[in-house]
Every structure is written in C-alpha cells, then in structure tokens.
Design a binder for this molecule. Structure first.
Ligand code: 9MR
Length: 490
C-alpha cells in the first residue's frame, strides 16, 4: 500500500509538469502508421557483420552490489549451465561507480581486469555484453543497517563514499527498500549529485569521466556492445519531465560525449526516470545527440515493473487486467521515446522480472517476451541470482523460468526480421534480406527435438551445429524475402 502511495506521489509530480506528459501522448503516431514509431519498423542493434541482433539474457547479478571486489557470485560453470539450459546470448553485467573510481580521479584497473575476465567468459560463448553502471538508493554509504534484505549488504549501492553528500540529513529505516528513496539523506545525496543544490558541479563530471575510463578499457572488446549509463535514475527532489529533460538529459549528453572521446562504436543506452515510468507513466526524456560520425548509436533501455506484480499479486484476475493496461501504456511510451524522441533508437528492456511462483507467472513471461519481439527489443531478465525470481533456486533446482525462456529464436539476422514467432514447438522467421550483409542468419534451437523439420523459402540451410545448437541459413541472392520454419521431431 505504501508503494502505491509512492507511485501516486510520483504521478502527481509528473502531472505537475504536465506539458511534457501531454506532449508525449498527443504526438504518439497511430499504431502501425510508421512515421518514426517503432510499431511498424523496429530498429535493431547490429553486429560488426551488419546483422540485426536479437538479444536474450539476464542481469548478472544483484550479488555484485555489496561485494567488496564488486564481482557477482556467478561462476563460469554457472554461465555454462545457463547457456546450455536456455541458449542465452546476452548479459546486462552490473558494474559500479564506487568500484571503478574508489578515490576521486583514480580508476581501479584491477577491478576493470576482473570485469574483463568475466566478459571473456561471455565472449568465448558468443554472448554480447551490456555494462550497467548500477545504483540503488544512490550509495552503500548512506543506507542504515537493519533494513529489509540488508543482510545481503546490498540495499544501497553505486556511488563511492567520497561522492555521497547527505549534508547530515537522516536516513531512516523502511520495510521496503524502494521507500528508502524518500528518506531526506538519500534525497539530498541525489540533489547534490545532480547539482540542483548548486554545491557539487564536480560529481557529474566525475561520473562522465568514470564512464570514459570504462569505455577506454572496452572500446576494442568485440563482446561489449553497449553501455547502460545509469540504473534506474532518481531525481531526488526533482521529478518527472523537469528531471528527465533537465539534469538527467544533461548527464547523458556529457557522458555520451566523454565515451565518444575513446569509443566510437559501442551503443550508449539511456533509461528514463524509473519510478512511475517503469509502471507505464509516459517519460519526458529528451533527445541525446551522438557525436560519432555516421548513424546515431543511442539505444533506449527502459525497465518494466507493473505495480500489481511488484507488490506480490499474481498475473490473474484484476491484477492481470491492470498489468495488461500497464504493459500497453508502457509500450506506447517506449515507442514514443525510442521512435520519435530518440529518432528510431533500438530498444533493450534492461530489466523486468517477477517471483516465478506467483500465479500466472508463465503467461506474464510469454506476454512480455511477445511484446519485446514486436518491438524488436533485446531483453535482460532481472535477474540470474538464485531464488524464486531467478532460473535456479539456491539448491540448484530449476524454476519455471528455464522452460519458459528456452525457446528457439533468431540470434543474428542477415537483414531485417519482418515477422517471427517462437514457441516450444515451433520457430518461424520471415526476413527482408540485406544484400550488403554477407554473414549468414543464425537461429538458436533448444534440445527438445530440434531441429526436426526445417523448411526454407528464399534461403538455404548452410549448417546445423549440434554443439552450439545454431542453425545457419543463407538467403538466396536477389531474394526480397526469406522464410524459415522449424518444428521439432515428434
Ligand atoms: O532484487 C534486488 C534486491 O534483492 C535488493 O535488495 C534490491 C536493492 O539493492 O535490489 C533489487 O533489485 C532491483 C534492481 O537493483 C533495480 N531494479 C529493480 C530490481 C528488483 O527490485
């Protein structure tokens, strides 16, 4: 209930600066009309060979937040299991400002070595990596002991202690971690970071330079394709469009410019204010200009957390109706920001997730992955940490997530996927080939009877690799369309 009050407060905040909200709604193109909307023509992240990427994976992992070395409790064997069980090809890997810049202006190369080592595990298995500068409640330096879940030591995380200025204001206890955002000391720490207090212009500069240090390290790393600039931004005492079009857009621009000093090619991912927008309220984020030569490489990476599920209701009855309404509103907002505001940016759903023991969990998962497919969006599920939200319980038992996620999907498409569908017993992909792309299309097929029966039109099967479980298909020269249909052996 208190969570609902928090959201109501944020909604009121957004509506108070309603110009931006009204504009977001009125300029939405009609569904299917094109005109900059991603509804009819999704944009895709491309690999070096020019293929459209369909990214499916996890956030890895929450366990990194409070760890002294900044590393998740996730081994190479864990990755091997995830890969074998679900055929994932993507990770949103959590990193933190406090680990990169433990003292002002000093970048911890040993930490970046550790990150690079983990990235190599993914690279060896053909994954793409998005580095996520994570924060919750600003910093581990301000949240008191004894809060819910604080046993894991990971409630507040992100900023280094030296960049945490609460100005002596208190941070009390809350029974839900998200409510800590409303504590006076947390609000002030954010206000100082965004320099709405006028006292700390240096903090955003440090943040941008921290990203430049990360980008310098990973610019030449082929597996790292994207930088997610800030997890779940929060404006402190400034909310809604005033925050998103003001300090947040300004931070994104400065950070993008800093990254481009050392890395021209990786995608820069921007996210809206989290509270409210994650629940379907329109975002007031404004355009970020990519100074690189050639096409813009800014991606939109929102999160999705419908309130009924987040407060522990299942996806059934009234909760399902409300959740569907949230998803519809969220999608309209995402299409508007990615399609119109950012000028046709590809989308990655940086986080969504739920307690998989809730009623209707499987239907909700299918619903969100279906929406992502229609948007051409990558997805990183929250999260791979063991527990009822994740794919495995602490004792290693699989949750229903494993079976639900382990479906066939095209990973890299030599052109534009115009239509595709995926079920445990069928994959269909129709694509518009790009004659400039010489690399083949790759399709992941799970173990359950695939490849079985493979039908191709306007294309030829080049290879089936039982080890990697990749079906490789090459479109016929001059074909304007190609279709691949795969069903498992009976
Ligand atoms: O699931 C995470 C929970 O165990 C932590 O206590 C909490 C605070 O660090 O963070 C949760 O993860 C959140 C993530 O950091 C940001 N997006 C929402 C996630 C789920 O609440």
């Amino acid at each position: 209930m208190r969570r609902i009050r928090l959201l109501a407060m944020i909604m009121a905040g957004s509506l108070a600066v309603g110009g931006g909200v009204a504009a977001a709604r009125s300029s939405l193109p009609a569904t299917g009309s094109g005109g900059g909307s991603t509804a009819s023509a999704p944009s895709y992240l491309k690999d070096d060979a020019g293929r459209s990427l369909i990214l499916r994976g996890f956030n890895t992992a929450s366990s990194a937040k409070g760890a002294p070395d900044g590393m998740p409790k996730f081994t190479e064997a864990d990755l091997e299991r995830e890969h074998a069980d679900m055929g994932t090809n993507f990770v949103r890997f959590l990193i933190s400002w406090r680990s990169v810049e433990p003292a002002p202006g000093q970048y911890d190369q040993a930490y970046l070595d550790r990150v690079e080592d983990r990235v190599s595990w993914y690279a060896e298995r053909g994954y793409k990596v998005m580095l996520d500068m994570h924060q919750d409640v600003y910093s581990g330096a301000i949240t008191p002991e004894g809060n819910a879940g604080n046993g894991a030591g990971n409630i507040g995380n992100g900023a280094p202690e030296w960049a945490t200025y609460t100005d002596g204001l208190p941070v009390g206890k809350q029974d839900r971690w998200e409510l800590l955002y409303l504590e006076p000391g947390v609000t002030r720490a954010f206000d100082n970071f965004w320099n709405t207090t006028g006292k700390h212009p240096e903090l955003m500069e440090h943040y941008a330079n921290t990203w430049r240090a990360v980008a310098e390290r990973f610019a030449a790393n082929d597996a790292v394709v994207a930088y997610d600039l800030m997890n779940e931004p929060w404006g402190g005492s400034m909310q809604g469009s005033a925050f998103e079009s003001g300090p947040l857009a300004s931070l994104y621009q400065r950070t993008t410019d800093a990254i481009r000093q050392v890395d021209q090619d990786s995608w820069v991912c921007v996210a809206p204010q989290a509270v409210g927008v994650n629940q379907g309220i329109p975002s007031g984020l404004t355009k970020i200009d990519d100074p690189r030569a050639g096409e813009q490489r800014i991606a939109y990476c929102p999160h999705l957390y419908p309130l009924p599920l987040d407060i522990g209701d299942g996806y059934s009855g009234v909760s399902r109706t409300l959740t569907d309404a949230t998803i519809a509103a969220w999608r309209a907002s995402v299409e508007h920001i990615a399609g119109t505001v950012l000028g046709g940016a590809p989308i990655i759903v940086g986080e969504f997730g739920l307690d998989t023991t809730l009623p209707g969990a499987r239907d909700y998962l299918d619903r969100v992955y279906g929406t992502a497919r229609e948007l051409g969006a990558g997805v990183s599920y929250w999260s791979s940490d063991p527990g009822p939200w994740g794919p495995y319980l602490p004792d290693g038992t699989r949750t229903l997530l494993v079976g639900t996620l382990n479906k066939p999907y095209p990973r890299a498409v030599a052109g534009t996927p115009t239509d595709w569908s995926s079920a445990v017993d069928r994959l269909q992909l129709t694509l518009h080939p790009d004659p400039a792309v010489t690399a083949p299309t790759e399709i992941y097929l799970p173990k359950s009877g695939f490849p079985g029966d493979v039908k191709v039109e306007g294309a030829d099967v080049v290879d089936w690799n039982r080890q990697s479980r990749l079906l490789t298909v090459r479109t016929a020269t001059g074909a304007s369309s190609a279709t691949v249909t795969v069903t498992p052996a009976a």
